[in-house]
Design a protein around this ligand. Structure first.
Ligand code: ASP
Length: 602
């Protein structure tokens, strides 16, 4: 670690080879034990932990100071490194062979009693951890996550740099970018009544950089989307955003492979095989029921329509006659008792299916199932064949509309599947996304931002519901790590796409006129991508949510328990901005305050 005048070495760096050297350490007291009048301190700094022996007989400090040393005091220790006495080594600690005998100890800062223990084993409520994030990050988990995050970003930067990308910053006070979420707005004081939007992504600026001849751009970009919170969502998050000119889809995917292999090699010490698997959107939906398949295990969804084409089993026949489908998965040797199987049926119902048919293959190869008696021998044999089933396997079958069957089997698959072999990180690309997602009521919602090139403009205009775009996603272990696309570089096509997306000429001109104009000045073909850094780091660190890898995240309700944001501002500030708070909101405040004895809400 970097040292300086206050310390000569990191506490975690001491080894047996340092024995007899004089060192100066500085850090925090992580533990104190007293034996026979001698204090043993675990001194922790960002590099690790070293044991310090404070013997009052050596007079490293006056007695009152030594007696007063408490946990998390920030101290400096000068001393000599020696081997720990035989039998006292700590093999769990990299520095466990040695200790430092203090010849001088200085308290740099005292610490009040802490709101929670820094000891890793103490279970602390997350809101407390966020309120005292600066203490939480003294704990190993957060400290290591922050280090991993830094290394991930560093590895990304180094790939981008060696591939000739220019790091360019784009503004964060901008006009709205249409990524499909609500904008976070910032009022302007100089032009009262007007607002900046914080970028949902640097999308339009990176495209302008391509018009500007930059050719290869990247940025570790902060993005803002005012969406409801979920485990893997925050209003504020970070992307590795990049774009290239004279580029098509394959150039982007190959760059992504370079970035991901470098990052994983650094963080996990694993060399990923390339090329990553590439699936079309339709393929992913058919085989895994989702556009972000978890490929750590197979358990593919199998279409059984043929098997039941002339079935007498009414439930299946009715669905097929209505244009639905019958599909199943082989869940493998689940070994579930009846109650477990019933649990799967309830889960399928929660997910929207009318029911779930389960079948267990017996030792003799016959199928045990509540519906077996309604199926012919030929059908039973064909099911076993189609699902490649053997004794002990549990088969799960759903008959419904395609969308429901995919969702239900896709989710059940995730619930019962387990990574196979040492296939811990399954990266894949999903390509050929549709332009629109079709809702149950048949309405169309754009699947990507409107600057994404359609595979064919004709197809988009004539059959929008099935039109394919040049958009692609990167997925890892069932999570979407990011998306990108080949962009539209022809202003006429852009105008047409706005029209199909339901953005009128007037609206397009008012919101994006400046961008449409830019496209008219010799725009190179270009394509790009954005990787969600928070999500990538959380998966690489096996963390359950992205807050664990963000230094100062918000809670699920968008609040920051540390600084109290979002907070009210005083009337003078609002007046300067020409903003008045509506009376119904003031009434809500008044109600809150009457129940808020401390008045901390103001
Ligand atoms: N701007 C897009 C996003 O933030 C990524 C891209 O198309 O490059 O998802």
């Amino acid at each position: 670690m970097a040292t300086g005048l206050m310390k000569t070495v990191g506490a975690g760096e001491l080894r047996a080879s340092d024995v007899d050297s004089s060192v100066v350490l500085a850090g925090w007291i992580a533990r104190r034990r007293d034996h026979g009048g001698v204090a043993f301190l675990d001194l922790r700094d960002s590099s690790g932990i070293a044991q310090v022996v404070v013997n009052p007989e050596d007079a490293p400090a006056d007695e009152a100071t030594i007696n007063g040393l408490r946990l998390e005091y920030c101290i400096q220790v000068e001393g000599r490194v020696r081997l720990r006495p035989e039998g006292m080594e700590n093999t769990e600690l990299p520095t466990g062979a040695v200790e430092v005998v203090a010849s001088k100890l200085t308290v740099l800062s005292t610490a009040d009693p802490l709101p929670f223990s820094i000891d890793e084993r103490a279970d602390v409520d997350e809101s407390k951890r966020l309120q005292y994030r600066y203490l939480d990050m003294r704990r190993t988990r957060m400290a290591e996550n922050l280090r991993a995050r830094s290394r991930v970003i560093q590895a990304m930067r180094s790939v981008m740099d060696s591939e000739g990308f220019l790091e360019v910053e784009t503004p964060t006070l901008i006009a709205s970018t249409p990524e499909g979420a609500r904008d976070m707005l910032v009022p302007s004081r100089l032009r009262k009544g007007t607002f900046y939007a914080l970028p949902q992504s640097p999308q339009l600026f990176k495209q302008l950089l391509m018009v500007g001849g930059v050719e290869r751009y990247y940025q570790v970009a902060r993005c803002y989307r005012d969406e409801d919170f979920r485990a893997d969502r925050q209003v504020e998050f970070t992307q590795l955003d990049f774009e290239g000119s004279f580029w098509g889809q394959e150039d982007v995917l190959e760059t992504l492979e370079k970035i991901c292999t470098a990052v994983v090699s650094d963080i996990r010490g694993v060399e990923l095989a390339t090329p990553f698997e590439r699936l079309t959107y339709d393929d992913a939906m058919d085989r895994f029921g989702t556009d972000k398949p978890d490929l750590r295990f197979d358990m593919e969804i199998v279409n059984l329509d043929e098997v039941f084409a002339s079935t007498e089993f009414k439930a299946f026949a009715g669905v097929l006659a209505d244009g639905g489908t019958v599909r199943g998965i082989n869940g493998g040797a689940l070994g579930l008792a009846r109650s477990g199987l019933d649990g799967l049926v309830s889960r399928a119902q929660e997910l929207g299916a009318k029911g779930l048919v389960w079948m267990v293959v017996e030792e003799d190869g016959t199928l045990r199932s509540p519906v077996a008696k309604f199926l012919s021998d030929g059908e039973l044999a064909a099911i076993i064949d189609a699902l490649d089933a053997g004794p002990g396997d549990t088969l799960l079958i759903v008959a419904d509309r395609v969308r429901v069957v995919r969702t239900v089997l896709g989710e059940l698959r995730l619930g019962i599947g387990r990574p196979e072999g040492n296939n811990e990180l399954a990266f894949a690309f999903v390509v050929d996304f549709p332009v629109f997602e079709v809702d149950d009521d048949g309405s169309l919602a754009p699947a990507h931002h409107p600057f994404t090139a359609p595979a064919s403009l004709d197809e988009l205009v004539n059959s929008p519901a099935t039109a394919v775009s040049k958009a692609y996603d990167l997925v890892l272990n069932g999570a979407e790590l990011g998306s990108g696309s080949v962009r539209i570089h022809d202003p006429e096509m852009q105008a047409k796409v706005f029209e199909v997306m339901g953005i009128s000429d007037e609206e397009a001109e008012a919101r994006f006129g400046w961008f449409l104009e830019a496209l008219r000045y010799g725009t190179p073909p270009h394509a790009g991508f954005a990787i969600g850094i928070d999500r990538l780091v959380s998966i690489l660190r096996d963390e359950p949510n992205i807050r664990e890898v963000m230094p100062f995240p918000k809670t699920q309700t968008g609040a920051d328990p540390l600084t109290g944001s979002p907070g009210r501002v005083d009337a003078a500030q609002l007046a300067e901005l020409g903003i008045d708070i509506r009376s119904e909101v003031r009434e809500e405040w008044a109600e809150e305050e009457s129940g808020d004895e401390d008045g901390v809400g103001a």
